[in-house]
Write a protein that binds this ligand. Sequence first.
Ligand code: NAD
Length: 428
Amino acid sequence: MAAQRIAVIGTGYVGLTTAACFARLGHNVVGADVDEAKVAALSRAEVSLHEPALAEIVAEELRSGRLRFAHGLPGTLSEVDFVFLAVPTPTGNDGAADLTAVSTVLAQLREQISPRCVVVVKSTVPVGTVDRIVASLGRTTVVANPEFLREGHAVEDFLHPQRVVVGSADKHAARKVARLYAGTDAPVLMTSSASAELVKYASNCFLAMKLSYVNTLAELCEELGADISDVAEGMRLDQRVGSSFLTPGPGWGGSCLPKDTKALLSTSAAAEVDFPLLDATIATNARQAHRVTDKIRKAAGGALSGVHVGLLGLTFKAGTDDIRDSPALAVAELLAAEGALLTGYDPCVPTGRQVGAVRVVASPYAVAEGASVLAVLTEWPEFAELDWSRVTSAAPHPVIVDTRGLLPASKVAEAGLTLVSVGRRDRR
Ligand code: NAD
């Protein structure tokens, strides 16, 4: 396909990856954002997101001239072939997705784009949004193209996606969007805009459901004397179940699952369809931070007031710097409410920063210093490789609560430390 002219509005995890990777695929791309400081930094090839290969691609494509950044809407909007919307769609007051940013951008660009420009909605939006945009713009060239990338793997997932979904009543426009991904060899699913919009929520909510399910199974294992790691392994070997999202943890979080589960619940309520499964998925997760807090309180001897608790991991999962809606911070908030004194370490959160009630320190060993309890809240692989004798030398010896099932139990025990696990009975 000949190089196309593309504008990507919003340069966060999704927008910056989209802009950089389309440039890498040979298109001419401008990434636009309301955040002036971010645009200035990106124009200097300074990428603050922790995404492997993204900074390199941005730097190379800035040099190649195929990528540039603009503050506000780019002045060249009338010349572009595609406008991708990659702005936030957070949870609104009523639980539904708040589409303010999408509406703001559309109001600004409607007078500026040419009639043949295709508007592509990459933000996660409720079913019916594309139809409403078609009605408000008075044109059909609007395509739903939800994004499935995982933070921490954004470039890899964009350039090698498991599927590309394009939905529109305008099949010609949908095919044009699909062709932009020609260099990725991904299977393309062409649907209505409603189906494309729903695929995104259906997938994310299913993943949340799996995690709530496995977290409850872990609780059951503790009561029954079974071991969640064996149970999950037995499930993983069944291809019908699938191998991912079967590891228990402190709850699911991040910038997508919490808002997308609430939004789909709101969508189903508006459509008068009962969705108790999704309701229970959310309620189970809300309980999870309390369950972890109970374990930490017990490990501390029954009360948390004035107790120093060290947190290993603050991001919502390993491999990203994103702390938005992190379950680690939900646990931290509950601990702080009971008077615990909190330090934390995370390889992707800058030292010296205060995150809520957590003072961020420079190393896992600095977290252990003076802590009565250490809680592993994010599954960073380096936590499994700690020098346990160094942790033991921190006074007092902390009890370790491993909410991710990450630590090598025998090595921790050999060092003389007490380990509290999730999803199995601990040997005392
Ligand atoms: P983000 O918060 O990382 O980035 C959004 C960017 O949009 C910010 O840089 C912000 O300054 C900018 N912005 C806000 N309002 C704007 C406006 N009016 N004009 C121009 N720029 C504006 O968000 P994100 O994580 O990239 O998510 C964007 C969308 O993609 C959301 O709908 C999200 O649900 C969806 N999504 C996210 C992921 C993910 O893993 N983060 C994955 C798939 C889909």
